[in-house]
Design a binder for this molecule. Structure first.
Ligand code: FEO
Length: 402
């Protein structure tokens, strides 16, 4: 993106990565991403908030040249991950008088990750401010969104919050501000599911903390900028709440059709009971879609064939991810088939240790499912429907105890 002015003296100088399709060599990026860097020109000092991924550093440098930036006083590092900090060494080389402003934890990480010398840092604590002359930056230490060192920066005069990854979206777009709310909602939810969901309790505290600020603009580190902050804050409040929806997510693999027959039968049994079903054939699905579905669902049912003595490796990978993402699901079950034996159910159950779920009945079938197996699936669908009837009660009880 070309340089764009957000408010008088505050500019987007980051880079759009239209082609990136994988993040952390794990997370699919169907819509690319951006590395947002912001320049704030005060009457006395100039600050750069975060930089860009190292492979896009030339774009940042060109953008600074377009603005004829001769000096940078402060490089604010909200987050040490390299997609935002990776170009700091190059900026320090080009602007040798610049100081990196960050908290102690982030400083230590930047020294480890990027070998930035200690004398280059100014350390700030929660609530500290620095003056750029006519503009003041306030720092809000907000750990675990999604690393331990993260902080947010608030530009007091212009009421702009720079929250690093929090509220971001992996979305490459030529629009500086959110234009298509439906599209951005979907991208931001994917981002939340894949990156922020394990930290929803931390996020609750941070959202409470920033509720005292008058925020007109939220300028995150990825994706378009929010000029209606309530759009993304309300979406986050929904995602981080303890409320779950009448939905069942079914990650599954079928090798010879038995599990597929079980899943198809089970889907119909759930639909007949008014339950929203989201099946994911793991040999075809984008794991981001699976993660998104786990943001709201009340129940996960894992469906696997037995390979040697355990679950299919694609199931192991998906269950590992689901467990690591710590969704707020309340109920879980396992269904599947086996040829001669195995410990598939026990192995999958053992992998769900992070999820605070009630384990429902399981259905394990020898070979092709038979009449009695379909009856067991009916019974499980009934059990889930009964449990889901309690959701509204659970949701409202949680609201009272919040
Ligand atoms: Fe966008 Fe955690 O880096």
């Amino acid at each position: 993106m070309a340089v764009k002015e957000i408010k008088s003296g505050t500019y987007f100088v980051g880079a759009i990565d239209w082609d990136r399709r994988l993040f952390d060599e794990l997370i699919p990026l169907p819509d690319g991403t951006s590395y947002n860097s912001y320049l704030i020109r005060g009457s006395k000092k100039i600050a750069l908030i975060d930089t860009v991924d190292p492979h896009k550093k030339n774009i940042l440098i060109e953008n600074l040249q377009k603005l004829n930036i001769q000096k940078i006083d402060y490089i604010i590092a909200n987050h040490a991950e390299q997609d935002h900090s990776g170009a700091i060494p190059k900026i320090l080389e080009l602007y040798p008088n610049a100081k990196v402003v960050t908290n102690q934890k982030c400083k230590n990480m930047l020294m480890d990750l990027l070998l930035i010398p200690e004398e280059k840092f100014i350390i700030v604590n929660d609530g500290d401010t620095i003056s750029l002359g006519d503009k003041i930056l306030k720092f809000i230490v907000a750990p675990w969104v999604h690393w331990p060192e993260t902080m947010l920066t608030y530009l007091i005069e212009d009421k702009i919050l720079f929250p690093c990854d929090l509220f971001g979206s992996h979305l490459a777009t030529s629009n500086l501000f959110v234009k298509d709310e439906v599209k951005v909602y979907e991208s931001a939810k994917r981002y939340y599911a894949e990156i922020m969901m394990p930290f929803r309790n931390n996020i609750k505290k941070h959202i409470e903390k920033i509720s005292n600020l008058h925020i007109e603009i939220i300028a995150p580190s990825h994706g378009p900028i929010y000029n209606k902050p309530e759009f993304i804050i309300n979406a986050y409040k929904d995602w981080i709440s303890d409320d779950v929806k009448n939905e069942v997510v079914i990650p599954y693999v079928s090798m010879h059709g038995s599990v597929e027959k079980m899943v198809n039968y089970f889907i119909d049994a759930l639909i007949e009971r008014g339950i929203t079903v989201k099946p994911f054939n793991l040999t075809k699905t984008d794991i981001g879609e699976l993660a998104i579905s786990l943001v709201d669902a009340a129940t996960i049912v894992i469906a696997s064939p037995t390979v040697l003595v355990g679950p299919h490796p694609a199931i192991v990978s998906a269950v590992y991810l689901a467990n690591a993402l710590r969704p707020k699901v309340k109920f879980a079950s396992i269904i599947g088939s086996y040829g001669w034996g195995g410990r598939m159910i026990e192995q999958i159950t053992g992998m769900l240790s992070n999820l605070k779920v009630e384990l429902l009945s399981t259905v394990l079938v020898k070979g092709h499912p038979k009449e009695s197996d379909f009856k067991s699936l009916e019974k499980l669908a009934f059990e889930i429907a009964e449990k889901h009837k309690t959701i509204e009660k659970i949701n409202s009880t949680q609201k009272h105890t919040d």
